[in-house]
Ligand binder design. Structure first.
Ligand SMILES: [Zn+2]
Length: 239
């Protein structure tokens, strides 16, 4: 290979690298999108489950209240029955015992009434909480859907840009020697999408490793492709 030839080959690789760097960044951005959407969706779903739990609590309280109401009705029925029996009693002792029973039964009913009242208060509280939560989730759903839409639009933009870049890549490829291209693509795959880097201020722009002057001389001779000892990337010097 002649000197001029390798020089133009490297120039071709530098052009290719500009495209590949953008392709690499875009692919990374695109790959991260589904995970971003999933994370947003998961946090949103979690809140929806919280809301479902609140709604279940309201139903549980309703059931509890019905049980209490049934219990209260039974207790009131029993009180009435005792009161009915009261006048049939013959002795004072029987009478006062029965009165005590009636009082106890009424006290029991009063406790149940308090419990019913409490379920009403709790239900109101949880219903208010549910309403608040619903509004919050409604707002968050809007934000989530907007972000999801944005991500989808961005993915479409990326795909369009990637298609452009691939087309530009195809135009450059025929000018590059197969063996050199194979070496370049091997490094590209192993070194985060960066295969050829410039030497600036005596250091490799890929890994910042010091590049000795004699190596820079070798690069400028264009006899062989020179790679960085540290990161293995191809080196070139800007003119
Ligand atoms: Zn390096």
């Amino acid at each position: 290979m002649t000197t001029g030839n390798l020089k133009s080959q490297l120039a071709g690789l530098v052009k290719l690298q500009a495209l590949d760097s953008e392709i690499y960044a875009l692919n990374n951005e695109k790959l991260a999108k589904p995970e971003e959407i999933r994370a947003m969706e998961a946090s949103f779903e979690e809140k929806k489950q919280g809301l479902a739990a609140l709604e279940k609590k309201v139903l549980d309280l309703l059931k509890q209240r019905k049980d209490f109401e049934l219990e209260l009705a039974t207790k009131e029925e029993a009180t009435k029955k005792l009161q009915g029996q009261l006048y049939a009693l013959k002795t004072n002792k029987e009478y006062s015992t029965m009165l005590q029973q009636i009082q106890d039964s009424k006290a029991d009913a009063s406790v149940i009434e308090d419990k019913i009242l409490q379920t009403f208060e709790q239900t109101d509280k949880i219903k208010a909480e549910t309403e608040q939560e619903k509004q919050k989730i409604g707002g968050e759903e809007k934000v989530f859907l907007e972000q999801k839409k944005k991500a989808e639009i961005r993915i479409k933009e990326i795909d369009d840009r990637l298609a452009q870049l691939e087309a530009q890549r195809k135009q450059i490829l025929p000018d590059i020697d197969q063996k050199i291209l194979a070496q370049y693509e091997r490094i590209l795959a192993n070194r985060d999408g960066l295969a050829i880097v410039t030497v600036k201020d005596n250091s490799c722009a890929g890994c910042n490793m010091f590049v000795p002057p004699q190596v820079i001389n070798l690069i400028n001779m264009y006899e062989h492709i020179i790679t960085c000892e540290m990161c293995n990337r191809m080196l070139y010097v800007e003119e």
